[in-house]
Write a protein that binds this ligand. Structure first.
Ligand code: 5AD
Ligand code: SF4
Length: 468
C-alpha cells in the first residue's frame, strides 16, 4: 500500500443519533495511521463496534475506549504511534477508567510486548481479530490481559458493511483482498497481515452499490496486490480474476469513478489494461511500485522482475492506455546499494516520467528476509542524500507532467473546498491530478469541466467552463 503513514482522525458521524444508542452507550475514539488499507479497516472496526452498541466520538476527551490503528512499515511509523500512546497514557492517568487498545500491524508485530512494555495499553488486537473486539474490551474492563493476534487464512470481513467515516462523502475505499504472499525482502506486511485472501466478489459489488446509493462518486478497490485477486464463485460456476472484477465494478454505474491500488509489476497483465481502456469510468492512473531501477537490487529485494521487465509493463500501459499517468514507490539506500544502482533508479524515473512517487529511505524491519540475511550497510547520510536526489528529480518530473495539461479542458470531480481559499474548490482528474478552480456555483460531488491555465509541480489550476 502506498500512502505514507499519516494520521487520519475520523470524524464522528452516523453514530450520534441512531435510536438504539443511549446516553450510557460506551464511546469509542479512533486514530488511524498507515496505508489506505488501515483506513478501510478502521471503518470495519467501527461497524463491528456499532453492532455491539458503541457510539463513535471524534473527541478523545469523551471516549471510554481509545483505539489506535497502527502501521509497522517503517521504524518512524512506529515511533509516531509510540508518541501518541504517551499522550493517551497521560489521559488515562487522569481518567483511569478509559481503555486503550492498539490494533493493526504494530499489534500483530509486537504482540504481548505491547501489554508488558507499554503498561498503559489494555488491549492488543491484530488485523484478523477485529470480530473479537467487543469480547476483548469486556475482558480488559475486568483487568484481564486482552489480546488476540491470530492471523487467519480466511478472514476478509466480507459480510461487514463498513461504516463510512470519511469527511467528504464523495470518495471511498473498498477492500477486495487482505494479506500478501509476495515476501519482498524488506517488507513486514506478510508478517503483520498474513497470507493473501480474496474477498467474495458479490460482497464487493454490494459495497459498491451501497456507496452509489449513499451518493459516492469515486471508489478505490484496495489490496496489497490487486492483480492477484481471484474468487471462485462455486454456486454460479464463476471464476473472477481482477480484470473481470474491475469490469463488473465499472458496470455498476457509468458515472462512478473506479480506481485501484496497488498493482504489482510482476502480475499486472494486459487484460487489466484492456479493461481500463474499455471503460471510460475506470480512472486512467496506475500506481506501479518500482522500488528500484537496478536489476541487481530488485533481485536482492525479491521483487520477481527486472528493470527490463518493468519497462516492458510501462510500454504496455503506454500502448494500451496512452493517456494513463503512472505513479510509483521508491526505496533509497537498500542494503548494498551502490552509487551506480542509485543512478539507475534516477534514470528509471526519467525514462518512465512518473507523475508522482512515494519515496522512502530503507528502514530495516525485524525478522524480514533482508534483516536476517543482509547488513543494513548504507550510512544514514548517504541514504538521506540519495533520497533527496530522488525527491528533487521527482519534483521536476511531476512539474513536467502537470505542464502537459495546461491548455486542456479536463473533467474534474469536485471533492471539497481548497485549503488555501474558501472561494476555490479542489478536485481530481481521471489521471488523479489535483485541480484547484474558482468555486462559482459548483458544488462538491459535481463533475466540472475545467480549462487548465496554470500549474505547480503538484497542482493544476484553472476555471470551470460550461457547455462541454
Ligand atoms: N523501508 C522503507 N520503505 C518500505 N516500504 C515497504 N517496506 C519498507 C521498508 N522496510 C515501502 C515500499 C512499499 C511502500 C508501501 O512502502 O516502497 O511499496
Ligand atoms: Fe499498511 Fe500495515 Fe503495511 Fe503499514 S505495515 S502500510 S499499516 S499494511
Amino acid at each position: 500500500m502506498s500512502v505514507p503513514e499519516k494520521n487520519i482522525t475520523i470524524a464522528a458521524r452516523e453514530f450520534r443519533f441512531t435510536p438504539e444508542f443511549t446516553a450510557n452507550s460506551p464511546k469509542v475514539f479512533m486514530e488511524t495511521y498507515g496505508c489506505q488499507m488501515n483506513v478501510s479497516d478502521s471503518e470495519v472496526v467501527v461497524s463491528i463496534l456499532k453492532q455491539n452498541g458503541y457510539l463513535y466520538t471524534d473527541k478523545m476527551e469523551e471516549a471510554d475506549l481509545i483505539l489506535i490503528n497502527t502501521c509497522s512499515i517503517r521504524e518512524n511509523a512506529e515511533q509516531r504511534v509510540r508518541g501518541r500512546l504517551d499522550i493517551f497514557r497521560l489521559m488515562k492517568k487522569k481518567r483511569p477508567s478509559i481503555l486503550i487498545g492498539v490494533i493493526g500491524c504494530m499489534a500483530e508485530r509486537l504482540k504481548e510486548k505491547l501489554l508488558e512494555e507499554e503498561k498503559m495499553v489494555d488491549l492488543v488486537v491484530g488485523p484478523d481479530s477485529y470480530r473479537d473486539l467487543h469480547k476483548l474490551v469486556q475482558q480488559a474492563g475486568t483487568g484481564q490481559k486482552a489480546i488476540n493476534v491470530l492471523l487467519s487464512r480466511e478472514e476478509t470481513y466480507a459480510d461487514i458493511s463498513p461504516v463510512r467515516l470519511d469527511e467528504n462523502k464523495i470518495s471511498a475505499f473498498v477492500s477486495i483482498m487482505r494479506g500478501c504472499n509476495n515476501m519482498c525482502a524488506y517488507c513486514v506486511v506478510p508478517y503483520t497481515r498474513g497470507g493473501e485472501r480474496s474477498r467474495d466478489a458479490q460482497t464487493i459489488l454490494r459495497d459498491v452499490r451501497e456507496l452509489i446509493e449513499l451518493g459516492y462518486k469515486d471508489v478505490t478497490l484496495l489490496g496489497q496486490n490487486v492483480d492477484s485477486y481471484h474468487w471462485m464463485d462455486n454456486s454460479r460456476g464463476d471464476d473472477i480474476d481482477f480484470s473481470r472484477l474491475l469490469a463488473l465494478v465499472a458496470q455498476t454505474n457509468s458515472k462512478l469513478r473506479v480506481r485501484f491500488s496497488t498493482s504489482h509489476p510482476k502480475d499486472m497483465n494486459d487484460e487489466v489494461l484492456n479493461v481500463m481502456a474499455k471503460y471510460p469510468n475506470i480512472c486512467k492512473c496506475i500506481h506501479l511500485p518500482a522500488q528500484s531501477g537496478s536489476s541487481r537490487i530488485l533481485e536482492m529485494m525479491k521483487r520477481g522482475y527486472s528493470r527490463d521487465w518493468y519497462l516492458g509493463r510501462i510500454a504496455a500501459i503506454r500502448r494500451i492506455i496512452p493517456e494513463c499517468t503512472i505513479t510509483t514507490d521508491i526505496i533509497a539506500g537498500f542494503c548494498s546499494e551502490t552509487e551506480d544502482d542509485h543512478q539507475q533508479t534516477l534514470s528509471l524515473l526519467r525514462e518512465v516520467k512518473y507523475d508522482f512517487a512515494f519515496m522512502f529511505k530503507y528502514s530495516e524491519r525485524p525478522n524480514t528476509f533482508a534483516q536476517r540475511k543482509y547488513p543494513d550497510d548504507i550510512p544514514e547520510k548517504v541514504k538521506s542524500r540519495r533520497l533527496q536526489e530522488i525527491i528533487d528529480l521527482m519534483k521536476e518530473l511531476s512539474g513536467e507532467s502537470k505542464k502537459l495539461d495546461v491548455g486542456k479542458i479536463l473533467e474534474v470531480l469536485a471533492e471539497g473546498t481548497s485549503k488555501k481559499s474558501k472561494n476555490q474548490l479542489f478536485g481530481r482528474t481521471s489521471q488523479n491530478k489535483i485541480v484547484v478552480f474558482p468555486r462559482e456555483n459548483y458544488q462538491p460531488g459535481q463533475y466540472v469541466n475545467v480549462l487548465v491555465d496554470d500549474c505547480t509541480s503538484s497542482t493544476l489550476k484553472g476555471k470551470g467552463v460550461k457547455g462541454f
